[in-house]
Design a protein around this ligand. Structure first.
Ligand SMILES: CC(C)(COP(=O)(O)OP(=O)(O)OC[C@H]1O[C@@H](n2cnc3c(N)ncnc32)[C@H](O)[C@@H]1OP(=O)(O)O)[C@@H](O)C(=O)NCCC(=O)NCCS
Length: 357
């Protein structure tokens, strides 16, 4: 099956997907790894495939189970017959069984996925950075900071730095090192007085070329790592989640603009659980609830004491994960309720490039 997927998705390069996605393909035991593949057959032939896995994501001291879908592929001989639709629908059901409360995938086939109930939601920012911008931001100017490639003894400390990200995937020990071994990926660390203070990783397999898609640590160290990558190219892209971090303050002060985009195409799988996970101990939201519409499984209702507001799937996602409180809702809510919601939502969902499939 991996041979077939490498032929279709990676121009036949042997073991390419395996080297790009070690956790998604091989994390956990063998049966867990096999369970992640959804394969649609026509007779004896493999027609369509998708990979699904559920991961724990944390932000603001709350966790959700995020279902991810990737490696969607239909063999050319079987395209246009609904095989991918069947694979995705089966993948969604499997994610539900695994306990995921929301699913995400990355694609530009919006209309195809809209029809399957996926909608753009969430927030990510990217910055276009060149040497001149680094100079204006003062990146790389501190002589006490040295930048070098990551070495075997660094990974434990890099995992500790990653754990302090405002939104992140809860990874297994040793996972970062395995992920960073992907082809066309380079990780640089910044040290000060021989102590590792920051790191940044650029590139991962066929995706994210020229993109610094994961970084952590103190602002000056991250700045020095970004500068060292920017010195070797015309420009690099720095990816950031919905929470602006200190490391990018310097970039914005130097004139860089965060280019906002959506996090991914998403679908709510278990709205009751998701609402509970996101609003646990949020007193201001105690009397509010997002729930399925009693009239249609695909629609939602937002309830405040005495009022009910119907929401489309896209609006429900926007309320929970951004980019913003849906306009139809914002215009109808009283200011106190709007402010209460604004204190807790949208929840800053984000996972970094290494974890995306
Ligand atoms: C995208 C892909 C998985 C679709 O597989 P498929 O089995 O042919 O898809 P289905 O038959 O289930 O669905 C076909 C529907 O998707 C639409 N669709 C399929 N490929 C499309 C494309 N490249 N662009 C736009 N729409 C597309 C079709 O118009 C069709 O719409 P319809 O239901 O109104 O007829 C397949 O073309 C493929 O493997 N492409 C290469 C790999 C790839 O791009 N994967 C990434 C997807 S995230």
């Amino acid at each position: 099956m991996l041979h077939w997927l490498n032929a279709g998705l990676r121009d036949g390069r042997a073991r390419r997907l395996e080297s790009e996605f070690p956790s998604a393909l091989f994390g956990g035991d063998v049966s867990a790894a096999c369970e992640r593949h959804v394969l649609v057959r026509e007779g004896e032939s493999a027609a369509s495939h998708c990979l699904v896995r559920s991961i724990e994501v944390e932000a603001l001291e709350r966790q959700i189970d995020l279902g991810m879908i990737g490696m969607v592929y239909t063999d050319p001989a079987f395209r246009g017959r609904g095989a991918a639709r069947i694979a995705i629908e089966a993948g969604v059901e499997r994610l539900r069984k695994l306990g995921a409360s929301v699913a995400v995938l990355w694609s530009d086939l919006d209309s195809f996925y809209n029809r399957l109930g996926f909608h753009r939601a969430g927030i990510e920012n990217f910055y276009v950075v060149d040497r001149e911008l680094c100079r204006r931001a003062g990146f790389g100017e501190d002589d006490r900071i040295e930048v070098r490639s990551a070495e075997a003894q660094d990974w434990f400390e890099l995992e500790v730095l990653y754990a302090s990200k405002p939104a992140r995937h809860i990874r297994a020990p040793g996972e970062l090192r395995r992920l960073a071994a992907a082809p066309a990926c380079e990780t640089r660390v910044a040290t000060r007085d021989e102590r590792v203070t920051a790191y940044a990783s650029m590139g991962r397999g066929d995706d994210l070329s020229g993109v610094i898609h994961e970084w952590a640590g103190d602002a000056a160290g991250v700045g020095s790592c970004i500068d060292s990558f920017a010195r070797e190219r015309d420009e690099v892209i720095v990816l950031e989640g919905p929470v602006h971090e200190r490391a990018t303050v310097g970039l914005r002060r130097a004139g860089a603009r965060p280019n906002p985009g959506s996090f991914g195409l998403m679908k709510i799988l278990d709205v009751d659980r998701l609402w509970e996970q996101l609003t646990e101990s949020a007193d201001a939201l105690r009397d509010m609830r997002l729930t399925r519409s009693p009239y249609s499984d695909a629609e939602f209702v937002f309830e405040t004491p005495g009022r009910r507001y119907p929401l489309s799937p896209a609006s429900a996602l926007s309320l929970l994960f951004g980019p913003a409180l849906p306009r139809t809702l914002a215009l109808r809510l009283d200011p106190t309720t709007r402010n209460a919601i604004g204190r807790h939502l949208p929840w800053p969902l984000f996972i970094w490039g290494f974890d995306s499939i």
